[in-house]
Design a protein around this ligand. Structure first.
Ligand code: HEM
Length: 406
């Protein structure tokens, strides 16, 4: 630590990660920082962290790094969105996180995840049947959004017909979590959190009279054992709804777009979809991750890549840069659907917050890409895709395509 560069001697990187210029060029900026300044101090004292080693340590060394819970919640106005912030496990530290995690992990027991395979395969086939009728459309609207929504609705046993409410509600809440969020977006996020709360509270009240095999029933059944209040059960269900759909939408959307832009890799995958779809899904998660950044805070003075990062500093961890680190991934900017160590990406985080639903997302990715490439061919963009406007969550609002059938 004594050799580490002290804050007063650290060059300040004059960029604003919340700015439009940064958000629209995030990947090239992160790649340059990874080469030149992997631990970069920003004018307001925050740090941007880019190397795989440092990002991975910040996610898994719980003695030295934690969730910046107070910082995240102070940004939210009083009301339902702040309540969500206080009651969702992603933002928590122990002991509350431990309590929630135990309850939620009941939902992701391996046999429960395996049981979803037939449902995912059926929904995938139905969506492809619909796409085949026209041979063109918006890949997000026609496939990448409805697949995860249908799966998470089935897991929670809530009517998929209400998807309008979840889609607009979760989109508003994700915008409120962004680094660049503004007052208007926070107000919309709060209204959406309130609506989702009322909706799911009502479902939980009805559900307790006829418990089933779904996740809401599971949470209610173990309320006492897991020491969860009814409010906490409702917020946990909302966390699942939010965590479970748009992220997976962008895994599938970003993956297809990467294939369209890399026709040789499309051809390799199309030659053996059953054999390669699982590994290709890992490569999509690495190459263009759904989440570009995560936040952590230094519990005490720490050293990262020879730089002293003072206690309490807020860290912006670049998952996008870590996933392109040449120290871990050979020729990292190349899409390679058979990359042997693609699974070392950090897109599902690591340590105690490791994505609870990673097995579900991986299963959806594998089945989706296998069936898409078995049944369809000749994917082409018919217009430029429309990107989301954030830095944290990365993906597309629309990917207009045409294609043929086998
Ligand atoms: C490609 C899809 C997905 C990606 C990239 C993703 C990514 C992540 C990441 C990075 C975290 C940790 C956030 C942090 O530490 O700050 C997380 C947490 C979580 N994810 Fe996912 N996720 C995906 C899909 C899903 C699905 C399908 C579900 C549920 C069905 C889910 C449920 C959760 C839950 C409950 C947590 C909280 C875990 C905790 O804090 O202990 N995720 N996810």
């Amino acid at each position: 630590m004594s050799e580490a560069v002290r804050p007063e001697d650290q060059p300040v990187l004059d960029v604003d990660p919340a700015s439009e210029a940064f958000r629209h060029n995030a990947m090239p900026i992160f790649q340059r920082l990874l080469r030149e300044q992997p631990v970069a101090r920003l004018p307001d004292g925050r740090y941007l962290i880019c190397s795989h080693q440092d990002v991975s340590t910040a996610l898994s060394d719980h003695d030295n790094y934690r969730r910046p819970t107070e910082w995240s919640n102070a940004r939210k106005p009083e009301g339902p969105f702040r309540e969500f912030g206080l009651n969702n496990m992603i933002g928590m530290n122990p002991p509350d996180h431990t309590r929630f995690r135990k309850a939620i992990m009941r939902a992701f027991a391996p046999q429960r995840v395996a049981a979803l395979e037939a449902l995912i395969a059926d929904v995938t086939d139905e969506l492809i049947d619909g796409m085949q009728e026209t041979g063109r459309g918006d890949f997000i609207e026609d496939f990448a959004l409805p697949l995860p929504i249908t799966v998470i609705c089935a897991m929670l046993d809530i009517p998929v017909e209400d998807r309008g409410l979840f889609s607009s509600g979760t989109a508003a809440m994700l915008a409120g979590l962004e680094i660049s969020t503004n007052r208007e977006e926070l107000e919309r996020a709060s209204a959406a959190a309130g609506e989702l709360y009322t909706y799911l509270h009502d479902i939980a009240r009805k559900r307790e009279r006829s418990l089933g095999d779904d996740l809401i029933s599971l949470l209610i059944q173990h309320e006492k054992a897991d020491n969860l209040s009814r409010d906490e059960v409702v917020w946990a269900a909302i966390t699942l709804l939010i965590a479970g759909h748009e992220t997976t939408t962008h895994l599938i959307g970003n993956g297809l777009l990467a294939l369209i832009r890399n026709p040789e890799e499309m051809a390799r995958l199309a030659a053996d979809p059953a054999g390669l779809a699982e590994g290709a899904t890992e490569e999509f998660l690495r190459y263009d991750p759904t989440l570009y950044v995560l936040f952590r805070q230094a519990v005490q003075d720490v050293e990262m890549s020879g730089v002293l990062v003072p206690k309490d500093s807020l860290l912006i961890l670049s998952i996008a840069a870590a996933n392109r680190d040449p120290a871990v991934f050979e020729d990292p900017d190349r899409l390679d659907v058979t990359r042997a160590n693609a699974r070392q990406h950090l897109t599902f985080a690591a340590g105690r917050h490791l994505c609870a639903g990673h097995a579900v997302a991986r299963l959806e990715g594998r089945i989706a890409f296998q069936k898409l490439l078995e049944r369809l061919q000749g994917f082409e963009l018919t217009a430029e895709p429309v990107p989301r406007n954030g830095l944290m969550f990365k993906g597309y609002l629309s990917i207009p395509i045409s294609f043929g059938s086998h």
